[in-house]
Design a protein. Structure first.
Length: 313
């Protein structure tokens, strides 16, 4: 792991949504405060140590942290490498759904039947409702990585459309390859999704900066992602309520998406406070040989979360 901190040298929703406003306001506020106080930025030394430890044990690690105010990368390591990212690959799908809604080619209230059951995750499989509207499916896919909701959206808009959207977003190393499956056969894609830390951080930055397709599309996707329930990795350091963190008493903005698979943990998001705002991605692919191997991987995410909190406050 050669991670090192960098030197300083597509109705999709209202563009004035809470998430978009908070991201832009937080970034501007943070930039001004840094200029006034001249505070020293964290070095991410603990994160580098944790990631180096994982790499020494044979894990593949990729990280990218981008300052939202200045646009430069403040921490990077193998961020160009394409790695499996699990359910994090749903983000380009959400962008395509919001884009089609904005264009009027997809009705957000269109009712879609539940697809063939998958048990890999989510809540729809436990609900009695046999069908849900597109907008609700997007909420389920973004908030809890619901496999059935994600598969239903993929069937509706098509993987080809999602891949074309990814190309237009400039994602050459990031792709949603398949639907969720309980088991992958020889004729199936070997992974749900692949991505690079660099592209995913840039994508999240473009969402909060209203630059992904359009301001309305960016705001809608960011709003869906603020509903995320998985705060067990980087998000654990925020102290936020996993089920209600759109409004925070301390002026913090947080939106994220995690991805999990056998031996894969990934998270990308935006964290902004009074001092700064960042878009971040961390991907760890490890041999899940024991619970300790898994917990070491999780600890690295939490270490990054702690240092990101020091960076933004």
């Amino acid at each position: 792991m050669a991670a090192a901190p960098s030197s300083d040298k597509d109705s999709a929703g209202s563009p004035d949504s809470r998430a978009a406003r908070a991201g832009a306001t937080g970034a501007r506020r943070g930039s001004g405060r840094r200029r006034r106080t001249g505070l020293i930025r964290p070095s991410f030394a603990a994160t580098l140590k944790a990631l180096d430890g994982l790499a020494e044990m044979g894990a593949q690690v990729a990280v990218c942290v981008q300052d939202l105010d200045r646009g430069d990368v403040v921490l990077a390591g193998d961020d160009y490498v394409t790695l499996p990212i699990g359910g994090l690959g749903v983000v380009p799908l959400l962008v395509e759904v919001a884009s089609q809604v904005e264009l009027g080619t997809l009705d957000p209230l269109e009712i879609i039947d539940r697809p063939a059951p998958v048990e890999v995750g989510g809540v729809w499989q436990h609900l009695k409702a046999p069908a849900l509207p597109v907008s609700d499916l997007a909420v389920l896919a973004a908030s809890c990585g619901d496999a059935a909701a994600t598969n239903a959206l993929i069937e509706r808009v098509g993987l080809d459309a999602v891949r074309a959207r990814a190309d237009r977003l400039g994602l050459s190393s990031t792709a949603l390859l398949d639907v969720f499956r309980d088991r992958r056969g020889p004729d199936d894609a070997p992974r749900l999704a692949l991505g690079s830390a660099r592209e995913l951080s840039a994508l999240f930055a473009s969402l909060v900066n209203a630059q992904a397709v359009s301001a309305a599309v960016s705001a809608q996707v960011a709003e869906w992602l603020t509903l995320g329930h998985d705060l067990s990795l980087v998000g654990s350091a925020t102290g936020l309520d996993p089920f209600s963190h759109v409004e925070d008493a301390h002026g913090m903005l947080f939106l994220n998406k995690t991805g999990r698979d056998a031996g894969v943990r990934a998270e990308a998001g935006v964290l902004a406070g009074p001092r700064a705002g960042v878009a971040y991605t961390l991907i760890v692919c490890f041999d899940d040989l024991s619970i300790m191997h898994r917990l070491r991987a999780h600890d690295a995410f939490r270490t990054l979360g702690t240092e990101l909190m020091e960076y933004i406050f």
